[in-house]
Design a protein around this ligand. Structure first.
Ligand SMILES: Cc1ncc(COP(=O)(O)O)c(C=O)c1O
Length: 490
């Protein structure tokens, strides 16, 4: 049988073989999609908290019990935009680190074990870059696993924000994540400039649906080009889930002589970034969201190869390398231990490192990257587009027969799949949030809230299933109706 589904249902799979649209809205279809999901095996690589564990008051467990009893029903975890779940293999990586340190002591810096998952301590940073590069569309030379997001933003702004009398402004969105806002503001002050004058804020045109149009961003770049030197934007906006047109905005900023840095906190491990090909100058991100490396895990950065070049030839007019803050770990590996206090950076992003990295921390990041390296961002993005589209479809079904006044929520994330990642932000009618969250929690559903009225729901393609999405929608709908009834009674 061959038939076509209506265009708005492009996320549905016609090989499910039913012409009855409503059947696609049932649990059976979700189950069928899960059974046909080529990435399904990755779900087993994560410790998704059980419903019982979420309620647990103590960490300690009875003797002989498994630390995570995977036979208990899992919660529905849709919060990878905030903190990804724990990869099962993380214990193995950390245990190896502990054993290597215990058995080798300081000699572990240069000597590794034959069966070790990672090289000796001094080379773990390079191994991390190798594993990380494919996630962001970069060469290993262009990325480094180091520091934390905000600290890395400061480190890179020290190199990329070089104001002068004529050009000194930084363009940033008005609703930027606070840490980015503070970093930019303080960098401006650090140069004895006034943020009131030097910070150009891009404000959304519609406060209720704070999406920034690409044209608006380009216009603001044009309007400020004579005095601006740098643009800082999020690849994916934390609140709305909007995925920006990085290639186009980057090219435009460059055409006006501005450099541009991207905060990829919500994009890495989520969408198929091509930072090198998009000609991005620099980018920063963390690894605790979609990359699942644990709270506060070591972060990552990207520096385009043209900014990482090192040429120490004498008598050259231009600087031998891009000016930056320096530390011994950014020094050329071959001569680092000569200790001659004559700084020669490693080429590429590694030359922006300052300190020797925590191997404990890097082991957690490597464990998680190992899972990503078994698939590709292209494959993950394919599933993600379908899964998020499916979530959207089920949510919109609830509003299908309602007038805008009757709707209990709206989706503020762009409806164009190309302009979003795995997250949909749902704006609830005022006064519903607390009750909705209560019902979700009672039912073992983990999402996150942005007060006063938004919840963010993120089906991550590595570990979320269609059944997760289906179950979430069923309970969310129930929760909204209950919350509205309670509100109407009061
Ligand atoms: C978009 C964005 N930027 C910056 C940060 C700050 O990250 P960190 O605390 O790791 O520096 C976060 C944290 O969630 C974020 O979501």
């Amino acid at each position: 049988m061959d038939f076509k589904l209506p265009v708005r249902n492009a996320v549905l799979d016609p090989s499910f073989h039913t012409e009855d649209e409503e059947v696609y809205d049932g649990r059976e279809y979700a189950k069928w999609e899960d059974e046909h999901d080529s990435l399904r095996r990755f779900r087993e690589e994560f410790v998704i908290p059980s419903k019982e564990d979420l309620k647990r008051k103590k960490l300690s467990i009875s003797e002989g019990a498994a630390l995570e009893d995977l036979s208990n029903p899992r919660c529905i975890y849709l919060c990878g935009n905030s903190l990804g779940p724990q990869p099962l293999n993380i214990r193995k990586y950390i245990d190896q680190y502990l054993r290597a340190w215990a058995t080798k002591g300081v000699t572990g810096h240069f000597v590794s074990h034959e069966d070790s998952l990672l090289p000796s301590f001094v080379d773990v940073d390079s191994a991390g870059s190798q594993m990380l590069a494919p996630l962001v569309g970069a060469s290993p030379n262009e990325v480094a696993v180091m520091g934390t997001l905000t600290a890395n933003l400061h480190i890179l702004m020290a190199s990329f924000y070089r104001p002068n009398k004529e050009r000194y402004k930084i363009i940033i969105e008005g609703k930027a994540f606070p840490s980015d806002h503070y970093a930019v503001e303080s960098q401006i002050r650090y140069h004895d400039l006034d943020p009131e004058d030097a910070m150009v804020l891009i404000e959304p045109e519609d406060a209720d649906r704070p999406i920034l149009r690409t044209e608006q961003i380009l216009q603001i770049i044009d309007d400020n080009a004579s005095k601006a030197v740098l643009v800082i934007l999020p690849a994916i906006q934390f609140y709305t889930g909007q995925y920006f047109d990085i290639g186009r905005i980057t090219a435009h900023a460059h055409s006006k002589g501005l450099l541009i840095g991207w905060d990829c906190a919500h994009a890495v491990g989520n969408v198929d970034l091509q930072l090198h090909d998009w000609d991005v100058d620099f980018a920063v991100w963390c690894h605790y969201k979609y990359v699942n490396s644990g709270p506060g895990a070591m972060a990552g950065l990207f520096v385009h190869e043209r900014h990482g070049k090192v040429s120490m030839a004498e008598n050259k007019k231009e600087a031998p390398y891009r000016p930056r803050l320096t530390g011994w770990w950014g020094h050329d590996k071959n001569t680092r231990f000569l200790m001659d206090n004559n700084f020669v950076p490693q080429s590429g992003a590694a030359g922006y490192q300052l300190s020797n990295p925590s191997i404990l921390d890097l082991s957690a990041v490597a464990a998680s990257l190992h899972i990503f390296n078994q698939t590709s961002m292209g494959e993950l993005r394919q599933k993600s587009l379908k899964l998020t589209g499916y979530l959207e479809r089920l949510l919109l079904n609830y509003n299908a027969d309602l007038s805008p006044e009757e709707e209990l929520f709206t989706i503020i994330t762009p409806s164009n799949p190309e302009e979003r990642g795995a997250q949909l932000s749902l704006l609830l009618r005022p006064g519903l949030l607390d009750h909705v969250l209560e019902v979700l929690e009672e039912n073992g559903i983990v999402v996150d809230e942005r007060k006063p009225d938004v919840i963010r729901v993120s089906p991550a393609p590595l570990y979320n299933s269609y059944t997760d999405v289906w179950e979430f929608c069923r309970i969310f709908h129930q929760a909204c109706q209950e919350a509205a009834n309670v509100k109407n009674k009061n």
